[in-house]
Design a protein around this ligand. Structure first.
Ligand SMILES: C[S@@+](CC[C@H](N)C(=O)[O-])C[C@H]1O[C@@H](n2cnc3c(N)ncnc32)[C@H](O)[C@@H]1O
Length: 146
């Protein structure tokens, strides 16, 4: 932790992710979400305005406190209930099979232990739940019972 990671990096992330060209990808990915949603690496909250029913609630996971503060401000403009989890995707503080959809947009490449994070996403997804993410194509990955 330090000035760069606490102050500069969150601002750079926010600036970069405001790119208008990303909006169609956000609409497509968030439009596939439903039910109780866990968003991994919510950043400054750029996806939050796009959540609509059938999404019921959003659990917004993010390890950087300054980005959580920005996302909290963004969430005030949304009618969707948003709960913030200050945590890393490698150790998701949720029960297994407790969410319907996991969303990740441009976050997997930032997560140091991506394989561990994906295993965690699968653990918290309910059977039949789905992971929706930005990639070359949108890859639906279904949760499975043990
Ligand atoms: C390129 S930004 C994308 C932000 C947001 N998903 C968006 O679409 O605007 C990458 C995000 O991943 C987050 N991140 C980095 N390491 C992480 C980890 N271990 N677990 C969860 N998120 C992480 C960063 O803090 C940052 O918010």
């Amino acid at each position: 932790m330090g000035f760069y990671s606490d102050i500069i990096l969150p601002r750079l992330c926010d600036l970069a992710m405001r790119n208008r060209q990303l909006v169609p990808f956000r609409e497509r990915v968030i439009g596939a979400a439903e039910g109780r949603v866990l968003e991994i690496g919510v950043g400054s909250g750029m996806n939050l305005p796009f959540y609509r029913p059938p999404v019921r609630e959003v659990l917004a996971l993010e390890p950087a406190p300054r980005l959580i503060a920005m996302a909290r401000s963004a969430s005030r403009a949304s009618s969707m209930p948003v709960t913030f989890l200050e945590a890393s995707a490698e150790a998701i503080p949720l029960d297994k099979h407790s969410v319907d959809t996991v969303v990740t947009t441009w976050s997997l490449c930032s997560i140091p232990q991506a394989a561990t994070a994906l295993a965690e996403m699968r653990r918290v997804l309910q059977p039949g739940g789905k992971l929706v993410c930005t990639a070359e194509v949108m890859m639906p990955i279904r949760g499975e019972a043990d």
